[in-house]
Structures are given as structure tokens and as C-alpha cells.
Write a protein that binds this ligand. Structure first.
Ligand SMILES: Nc1ncnc2c1ncn2[C@@H]1O[C@H](COP(=O)(O)OP(=O)(O)OP(=O)(O)O)[C@@H](O)[C@H]1O
Length: 208
């Protein structure tokens, strides 16, 4: 199923290892361009971390409820990752399709593959940490996980970093060493899409 039409702005898919800085960079973008992007959150059956809130990072949902919604065809796409379900509901997607804004999504590597198959116009950007050691330190500093959860994230991070190097997966890879430098790179990549939306919004305002 195609998730976007050619008339809609390009969907921007952000992925990369846990702790690489995806949320930090996306928050900066939404802060600077509040009317240009529409950021959606996924549903997930994983437990929220101590700093996460339902409806902010994810719609946290019980597995049985999400399975029932999947059976009821209430998701446009879903996948299972590290024993948890993740997905985009049809209700979420409906808001995007009518917004005229760039759809900004943070997804895991399994969803990257799925979206590549469904949305041929999407732009795929991977945020990587400068090194595995730096990532490990940032996750320790963030202090939002138990030791076991952090080990799982680090294991998953190794796989994600390997995955990002495969050809044909990502259009751009940004190494998030200095935050401001990484943010400028992200904006540079997105500049044509941002300008197209701003132009369209101005045209709409002028014709009102
Ligand atoms: N360039 C940077 N330099 C130093 N610290 C950073 C940088 N970018 C992000 N961080 C910090 O690293 C931690 C992880 O960042 P963030 O939560 O944005 O990662 P994430 O990729 O969204 O993680 P997850 O996938 O687990 O949600 C945060 O504490 C954040 O403040």
C-alpha cells in the first residue's frame, strides 16, 4: 500500500541506533520549523522508559490491544522488533495526509525496510554516533535504562550501525559528533523540502 501520494511533500524517515541523537535532532527541527513538519509517533507494546510519556514519544499500548487493532486492520504498517510490536495507525496517518507538511518519522531498521517498499518517494536519513564507545557513554549519561536494557540497546546499536553501511538503504548518513554540526547537516539535506513546503504555504496564503 502506498502511504503517500506524489503531491504530498516527501516523507522524511530518520533512523539509527538507540541513543544516536535522533530525538534530540528532531526536537530541534520541530522547534525551528513548527509549521513545516508533522511529526507522528508510533504505537508500541514496549514499556515506557522513566522519562517517556504516553502520547509524547509513543502511544504505549498493551500487546493484546495492539494485536486486536492489527487484526481489525487499524494499522497502515507494523513490525515486531526486540519482542515488541511497533506500528503506525490509520488514524495517525490520516492527519499526515491532509497536513501539507513534511512527514517526519523516527523508526527502527525493520520499519526502514518496510517503508522503502511502500513509499518510494521517502528520504531516508541515518543518524549514527561517532563511535560505539561514545554511544555507550551517552546511554550511560542519559541514565534512562536498566543495565540489561542498556546492554540490549548496545547490541541492537551494533547491528544498526552495520545495517546503515549496506548500500541502497539510506540516502544520507549523519555522524552526530558535535550536535550543532550534525543539525546543520540535517537542515542542509532537508533544505529543498523545507523550501518547497514554505513556498506552497505562502502560495496558499496569497490565494486566500
Ligand atoms: N552530539 C551530541 N553530543 C552529546 N550528547 C548528545 C549528542 N546528541 C545527543 N546527545 C545525547 O545523547 C542521548 C541520546 O540522544 P537521544 O535520546 O536523542 O537518542 P535517540 O537516538 O533518540 O535514542 P532512542 O532511539 O533510544 O530514543 C541524550 O541524552 C542526548 O541529550
Amino acid at each position: 500500500m502506498a502511504l503517500t501520494t506524489p503531491k504530498q511533500p516527501r516523507t522524511v524517515v530518520i533512523s539509527g541506533p538507540s541513543g544516536s541523537g535522533k530525538s534530540t535532532l528532531v526536537s530541534k527541527l520541530l522547534g525551528e520549523y513548527p509549521s513545516t513538519f508533522v511529526f507522528t509517533i508510533s504505537h508500541t507494546t514496549r514499556r515506557p522508559r522513566s522519562d517517556e510519556r504516553n502520547g509524547r514519544e509513543y502511544h504505549f499500548i498493551q500487546r493484546s490491544k495492539m494485536e486486536a487493532m492489527i487484526a481489525n486492520e487499524e494499522f497502515v504498517e507494523w513490525s515486531e522488533f526486540a519482542s515488541n510490536l511497533y506500528g503506525t495507525s490509520k488514524a495517525t496517518f490520516k492527519n499526515v495526509a491532509t497536513s501539507g507538511c513534511i512527514w517526519l518519522r523516527i523508526v527502527d531498521k525493520i520499519a526502514v525496510k518496510n517503508i522503502r517498499e511502500t513509499d518510494h518517494n521517502a528520504l531516508f536519513i541515518c543518524i549514527n554516533p561517532p563511535s560505539y564507545e561514545v554511544l555507550s557513554q551517552r546511554l550511560r549519561d542519559r541514565n534512562t535504562d536498566t543495565e540489561t536494557a542498556r546492554e540490549n540497546r548496545l547490541q541492537e546499536a551494533r547491528e544498526s550501525m552495520q545495517f546503515s553501511k549496506k548500500p541502497g538503504i539510506y540516502d544520507y548518513i549523519i555522524e552526530n559528533d558535535q550536535l550543532d554540526v550534525a543539525y546543520e547537516k540535517l537542515k542542509e539535506i532537508l533544505r529543498p523540502e523545507i523550501e518547497a513546503v514554505l513556498h506552497q504555504q505562502k502560495t496558499n496564503d496569497d490565494t486566500k
